[in-house]
Design a protein. Structure first.
Length: 211
């Protein structure tokens, strides 16, 4: 996600899920620069700028926990960080209720996250292509490690119904990420007409563990 996308997210009512382009979003992650840090008794507020906008990331302080202080330590102003959490609102002001913040020490992570956000947005909008990335690209062997992995998955799960096979193939083809793949994106990518409930039902029966 980018901050600009989070600013445009919609919510039907206070208890509803946030959506972007009619796709539900659950846990979100952004990569940006820490503009300022405001430490308070019960919480700590970080203003994050990712180039598309600014948003608050807030975490609640547990002063009795040594693990908590270690988890949130080392974050400094003007440094880049990755923030993971959920989108919340209070007094018409949006913020990320952070479950994890870590320093981003690899400069490539910023560019990777931008490309990842573009990729996820396009998948949600257009669906997932079943054509291997190497197809039609000069100099790339179609029988690559990527194709070999897909073949293994196909063989291992060939006994499953067609929809469940599509789910497994789609998730296995995604870059490894702590955040996983949102069920609404899986629904669109597998041609389920955005029916996230159908995917949840399928996953709970046969595909548990592949999110």
């Amino acid at each position: 996600m980018t901050v600009a996308q989070l600013v445009k997210a919609k919510q039907a009512h206070a208890d509803a899920e946030w959506t972007i382009d009619e796709v539900e979003i659950g846990q979100v992650t952004i990569v940006g620069q820490v503009v300022s840090i405001q430490s308070q008794t019960t919480n700590c507020v970080y203003w994050i700028d990712d180039g598309s906008g600014r948003i608050e990331a807030r975490h609640w302080v547990d002063s009795s926990s040594e693990e908590d202080s270690g988890k949130w330590g080392g974050i400094e102003e003007n440094k880049y960080v990755r923030v993971t959490g959920t989108l919340k609102t209070f007094g018409n002001k949006r913020y990320i209720n952070a479950t994890h913040i870590r320093a981003s020490t690899d400069p490539h992570e910023v560019y990777f996250h931008i490309l990842e956000a573009i990729n996820v947005t396009l998948m949600a909008d257009r669906g997932f292509s079943s054509v291997p990335l190497s197809a039609g690209v000069s100099g790339l062997d179609p029988a690559s490690a990527y194709a070999g992995q897909s073949s293994k998955i196909s063989d291992q799960y060939s006994h499953l119904p067609a929809l469940q096979q599509q789910i497994v193939r789609f998730i296995a083809a995604q870059p490894q990420s702590d955040e996983g793949v949102h069920v609404s994106i899986i629904a669109r990518a597998t041609g389920s007409n955005g029916d996230a409930q159908k995917i949840r039902s399928c996953a709970s029966v046969k595909c548990s563990g592949y999110y």
